[in-house]
Design a protein around this ligand. Structure first.
Ligand SMILES: *[C@@H]1O[C@H](CO)[C@@H](O)[C@H](O)[C@H]1NC(C)=O
Length: 488
């Protein structure tokens, strides 16, 4: 009797176990392809495939077909390159490049794994993560962009941190310094090798994802509004050379600011990296002598016929990619109605909040700066705030400059008498702002009144913060009902 009873209990267990094995067999190929480049004939990237097999094997019965190549071009065949119309960007048309670093990834990258890089947002086969070390995090493979640098390059002192990172870890000292208190024990100088990564990673991405129409680059302290970027890119022809992002200039090169995120078309890649396979070596000495990888990329592209800019390389870019975080950004009449594409210097909590906003937004129409402002900033700037600096700065009136302080050009738009007295009190400052027709925010401290025609959220000191004992109190105010005249 007891035997029969035990057998009855075994039957469901056996059925469940069989089901689990079957599910693993079915799921496995997908798991394998997370973050993997499209395999090419001749088996490039065997190393990455290898890493994946190991990860997949951990939860897979030994009979599962691990390490099998992904079906070739399964996703691109449905929209062949040459019949593509530039009016719609499909999910598979982009490669999202995430750049991180060995000393920052354990703090900055992780939040992206469940937001920016989640499978509901972008297919894992359209993602690549580059760093200065190789790692596996769950289904994600992080590629060491510097792996193929010459031995001579790797021996240079700039690469000390490259070697030290793995040594520290081997000795159980964690190398996750991200400029946060408590990071003191990581190797210093992650930013020194950071600049070396730009050229090799673009080279690698273009070689391994040849069917991507757009290479969308981002760093681990940025957030990109991907659905907006896809819509935005639909206005450009990927076969032409396009290099789009936030305008920056340095050392005689105009380039896309790396932190703000940028986009390179397949056409631009073929024109540059595609024709000249030695960019990494050619520019190595230049990289060593200059500060920034994004500038070097801009220069290398320009030298090879690809120029930055919205209108066929005119070196201009108006709005969309932003090199700063939302609460430092000046919302204005000129950007109000443009699609918002990115924020930079964001923290984990920001990423989580942006992702929620993006998820709730119906991208039938793009998410404009205005829409972001209304959801995130507006609720916080309704009332005047003490111990708060909104960074107003267009005009400044103080007891020292009251007689000759600059004022709006058109004297009919403001009240000169009220303007001159604006430094005397919080109320006088607010009154001067209200008396100037374009004013939308003001701030006051001691004997200084600042007024602006743009809105910035700014930052304050919380009641328990010691800065309230060591600094002067700023008071800030916003005239939000005036924003109703900023129409789209
Ligand atoms: C390094 O070289 C190997 C062999 O050519 C190649 O498979 C791999 O993709 C390269 N890695 C990078 C980051 O360029």
């Amino acid at each position: 009797m007891a035997v029969t009873y035990r057998n009855n209990r075994l039957v469901p267990a056996v059925i469940i176990a069989t089901c689990i094995v079957l599910i693993f067999l079915l799921i496995d190929p997908t798991v394998e392809n997370f973050g993997n480049p499209i395999p090419k004939a001749g088996g490039r990237d065997e190393t990455h495939a290898g890493t994946h097999s190991t990860a997949a094997q951990a939860g897979t019965p030994p009979t599962a077909p691990t390490g099998e190549p992904k079906p070739q071009g399964s996703h691109s065949d449905s929209h062949p390159q040459h019949s593509a119309t530039p009016d719609r960007i499909e999910e598979d048309d982009v490669l999202l490049i995430m750049k991180t670093g060995g000393t920052s990834m354990w703090k900055r990258l992780l939040v992206h794994l469940t937001t920016t890089l989640s499978a509901t947002r972008i297919s894992p086969s359209n993602i690549v993560i580059y760093s200065d070390n190789a790692e596996t995090i769950g289904p994600f493979t992080v590629i060491d962009a510097l792996a193929n640098m010459t031995d001579a390059a790797k021996r240079s002192s700039d690469f000390d941190v490259y070697r030290q990172q793995s040594e520290y870890v081997d000795y159980n000292f964690y190398s996750e310094a991200a400029g946060v208190d408590g990071d003191d024990w990581g190797p210093v100088g992650g930013w020194i090798i950071d600049k070396y990564k730009f050229l090799p990673l673009m080279q690698h991405a273009g070689q391994n994802w040849p069917r991507a129409k757009w290479y969308i680059y981002m760093e681990d302290d940025a957030y990109l509004f991907l659905p907006n970027i896809r819509k935005f890119l639909a206005g450009f022809d990927w076969r032409k050379a396009h290099y789009l992002g936030s305008y920056a200039a340095k050392s005689d090169a105009v380039f896309a600011h790396g932190g703000a995120g940028f986009v390179l078309s397949r056409g631009a890649w073929e024109e540059s990296f595609g024709k000249n396979h030695n960019l990494v070596e050619e520019y190595h000495d230049y990289v060593a002598k200059h500060c920034c990888g994004d500038q070097v990329l801009g220069l290398a592209l320009r030298d090879n016929g690809v120029r930055f800019g919205e209108n066929g390389g005119d070196e201009k870019f108006t709005w969309g990619f932003n090199p700063i975080v939302h609460w430092r950004f000046a919302f204005s009449r000129s950007n109000w109605c443009h699609p918002l594409l990115s924020w930079h210097k964001v923290h984990n909590r920001d990423v989580a909040r942006y992702f929620e906003l993006e998820r709730r937004w119906d991208f039938d129409s793009p998410l404009l700066y205005r829409d972001f402002f209304r959801s995130v900033v507006l609720p916080q700037v309704q009332k005047n705030a003490q111990w708060w600096d909104n960074m107003a700065g267009l005009y400044e009136v103080s007891s020292a400059n009251k007689e000759w302080a600059t004022a709006p050009k058109d004297s009919s738009t403001y009240d000169a008498a009220v303007w001159k007295k604006s430094w005397t009190s919080v109320e006088a400052c607010e009154a001067a702002c209200r008396a100037w027709s374009d004013c939308v925010m003001w701030s006051f401290v001691e004997d200084l009144c600042k007024m602006d025609d743009k809105v910035i959220m700014g930052q304050g000191y919380a009641p328990s913060m010691p800065q309230r004992k060591t600094s002067l109190m700023h008071t800030s105010g916003w005239i939000t009902d005036r924003l109703e005249s900023w129409t789209c």
